[in-house]
Design a protein around this ligand. Sequence first.
Ligand SMILES: [Zn+2]
Ligand SMILES: [Zn+2]
Length: 257
Amino acid sequence: MFIDSHCHLDFPDLAKDLDELLLNMQKNQVTHALCVSVDLPHFPRVRALAEAHENIFASVGVHPDYEDEIEPQAAELAELAHHPKVIAIGETGLDYFRLQGDLEWQRERFRQHIRAARKINKPLIIHTRSAAVDTLRIMQEEGADQVGGVMHCFTESWEVAQQAMAMNFYISFSGIVTFKNAAALKEVARNIPLDRMLIETDSPYLAPVPFRGKQNQPAFVRHVAEEIARLRAVELEEIAIATTNNFFDCFKVNRNG
Ligand SMILES: [Zn+2]
Ligand SMILES: [Zn+2]
């Protein structure tokens, strides 16, 4: 069995076919999915999905790429996370690739999320792109190691992975690890300790090979696991069991519901 640790099932492109996507998960032994919040106005639809489906979990947070948002405060985020199906704070982090200029607001927003996570004692879902040094520094300064969490859709170096793991973070691989041109990332996926690894789709984005360029969906997380098994020359079952156990450990979810 497989778990998609990061998807956006609430986005209209996916939500309109929800029944079919849930069925595809079942057919591919994808038992659970974590639907990740990107802004507060749409958080209610993320939470509603988790309330309606036993195998869907939710998070709460405001994505670093979403510029014109009312800045969330730690107390508010912690309050919204006070719900049994809301298992993480995020996605949050830094993105210096999509946005340029004075991004102090992004760093401050990231700090508020870490404080919220510490307040409510739930793990963080961290997005980092072209901003690894500042991301690690702020994690350090705000004590993110006290709650841990996941570096989602990981595309950074082995050194960054090591520093994140030292702060109790898991490393999550997306469909990017299946791309031909991702040699460095494939090397990271070969070396990550089995007990620190998660898998995700980040759907509707980043469909893995052989669906590259098409709309992604949680069922495709299986192809991420297949590629990692191939890279490490181990049975698919081994990756499935490890990443499933890691999901429940990382997000402190009781596996019996
Ligand atoms: Zn992201
Ligand atoms: Zn995402």
